[in-house]
Design a protein around this ligand. Sequence first.
Ligand code: DX5
Ligand code: ZN
Length: 215
Amino acid sequence: MPIVSPSVLSCDFANIQRDVEMINQSEADWFHIDVMDGVFVPNISFGFPVLEAIKKHATKPMDVHLMIQNPDQYVSDFKRSGADILTVHYEACTHLHRTVQHIKSEGMKAGVALNPHTSIELLDDIIEDLDLVLVMSVNPGFGGQKFIKNAVYKVEQVKNLIHKRGSKAVVEVDGGVNLSTGKELVMAGADALVAGSFVFNSEDPVRTIAQLKEL
Ligand code: DX5
Ligand code: ZN
């Protein structure tokens, strides 16, 4: 059964507590929280006050995906705001090893996200230190985009690398996940699925989450 991490980016922000409670009550495993700075990606989402508000009600781990430049600068702030897993982008980190150690030293799980054009091979020298690899199946910045199929191949590649190096990293995929793309990803070895618009635009989000769990 895959880990399911609904993306709060697609929730109704005027009813955030209601949507957080819905995820609490569902079979979802984590809360996926997308932080965008308008520099690393062409969109701005939300920051610390919103994370703190979610944390107040969430009964499941907060899986925080940072789409920001210089994430190292804010690692402690994200810990304080409630992050349990903190994922930074490979493309945004000059000293990735240092950033990963920093995240772990704060007691969080450390993840690295790869944009669709970024090769899995670049993780060769860091994979043993990672708790999570986030394969982006859309260009980050917006919910509701079309799934990029090459992500299925990347999942296979990263699973091989993890196996070869004896890493314990979990493979998560983010962008354009629905029942059909989700199935392909799980078959390729994905351990965790992020889903935003597919969950929140559905008539019965709790049921949609249950269907993703069944993949
Ligand atoms: C995209 C975000 C995703 C987004 C996924 O930049 O990282 O987490 O919310 O949305 P869907 O599932 O609608 O593609
Ligand atoms: Zn995300």
